[in-house]
Design a protein around this ligand. Structure first.
Ligand SMILES: Cc1ncc(COP(=O)(O)O)c(C=O)c1O
Length: 395
């Protein structure tokens, strides 16, 4: 497959439309074909030998490389301003591959305590089987990261903003001190996407994504991505990607590529509507507190203004009651916000973090039952405000 023609722009809208997608790679097809094949065949032994010399540059078997997947990896890398990208079957497949690429037996990891639950469980639980220890930090103050460093610390795992309480880490400060100690950094940037935050430019080594959120954008696909410098990503492409095998299928990759074309447009709308919703909730008498980095009431709003270009459509808030029966009355009265986990799709969703915790953690660790997370979708914002207002009155 020929390399794609370079896109004569570095603006997000143009890159989202065209990067990686050169139609003349594929007989002029305006939309990239889906190469739904597991294997690739060769005309001659000489061709096969040449392909095996570097399986990351040739098509041999889809667990290593596939043209449809490659188009999307190139689009993502161009948008991120990263040298390279590898797609995975889910955000967790990407996150676990990225983490495993940085650690070995006997190492120590420092992880932000508000990281996505399964990522945290992988670091603090699963990795302990291999003698890898971990320290959780609140992470808002860079000094906490420094204090947690041990001689065997190899990785700082960040997620900023987090997807529950929307807490931020100072990426430039934390990565600077990681570099001083020779520690690698990974940041989950699923909340902001590269359109609203550029972790690589702030010093992060590897950026990871759940593509199941804003990149897909339609709640119909699972995928994940790791992006970073060519050498680090090629190492993942030679080890964690083919050996753990959590690779994305061509059709799922194609859906992510399709979603990315409208990401700048969608994200602008999510952000605009979420800003209105945050403002409405912050002024509502039944709402005790709003957690949204784009709202001046967020304790790290100053940092958000410095290191982000905006906030996305995900926010949480605390009702003035922690009584689950009352909170349920509010949630059950919502008609446009559907009750479900996840976020980043076209649709508005509501979730109570206490629901998951009730089955996983002892009661003293449950979050406030009055903590409500919403994803502000692409519906008309006035309809969403009316839905919230009506349901708040049912409290
Ligand atoms: C912040 C964050 N990171 C990672 C993931 C994991 O992504 P996936 O569900 O695609 O494995 C999620 C999923 O909800 C998430 O919210």
């Amino acid at each position: 497959m020929e390399r794609p023609a370079p896109v004569p722009s570095d603006r997000a809208e143009t890159l989202a439309a065209h990067a990686g997608d050169d139609p003349f790679r594929f007989l002029g097809a305006a939309a990239p074909p889906i190469f739904e094949t597991s294997t690739f065949v060769f005309r001659t032994v000489a061709d096969a030998l040449a392909a095996f010399a570097d399986e990351q540059e040739h098509y041999v078997y889809t667990r290593r490389r596939n043209p449809t997947v490659r188009v999307v990896e190139e689009k993502l890398a161009a948008l991120e301003g990263a040298a390279e990208c590898r797609l995975f079957a889910s955000g967790m497949a990407a996150i676990s591959a990225a983490i495993l690429s940085c650690v070995g037996a006997g190492d120590h990891v420092v992880c932000v305590d508000t990281a996505y639950g399964p990522a945290r469980a992988f670091i603090t639980g699963y990795l302990s089987r291999f003698g890898i220890s971990a320290t959780l930090v609140d992470g808002c103050d860079p000094a906490e990261w420094e204090a947690a460093v041990r001689p065997n610390t190899r990785l700082f795992y960040l997620e900023s903003p987090s997807s529950g309480l929307m807490k931020l880490q100072d990426l430039a400060a934390v990565t600077a001190l990681a570099r001083r100690h020779g520690i690698a950094t990974i940041c989950d940037n699923s909340y902001a996407t590269m359109l609203l935050q550029r972790p690589l430019e702030l010093g992060v080594d590897l950026v990871v994504y759940s593509c199941s959120k804003y990149f897909g954008g339609h709640s119909d696909v699972l995928a994940g991505a790791v992006l970073g410098p060519a050498e680090r990503i090629r190492r993942i492409g030679d080890a964690e990607q083919p050996l753990l095998g959590g690779v994305v299928g061509p059709f799922e990759a194609w859906l992510i590529g399709r979603g990315l074309r409208t990401l700048p447009l969608r994200l602008r709308q999510h952000q605009q509507s979420a800003g209105r919703v945050a403002e409405f909730l912050a002024g509502h008498p039944r709402v005790a507190r709003v957690h949204y980095p784009g709202h001046p009431s967020h304790p790290q709003h100053g940092l958000a203004l410095r290191q982000m270009r905006g906030a996305s459509g995900l926010l949480s808030f605390e009702l003035d009651t922690g009584d689950l029966k009352q909170v349920s009355r509010f949630v059950d009265a919502l008609r446009l916000f559907r009750l479900g986990v996840s976020w980043g799709g076209y649709e508005s969703l509501v979730w109570l973090p206490v629901i998951g915790a009730m089955h996983r953690a002892p009661e003293e660790q449950w979050p406030n039952p009055g903590l409500v997370r919403i994803h502000v979708g692409l519906e008309d914002v006035d309809d969403l405000l009316e839905d919230l207002d009506r349901a708040l009155r049912a409290l």
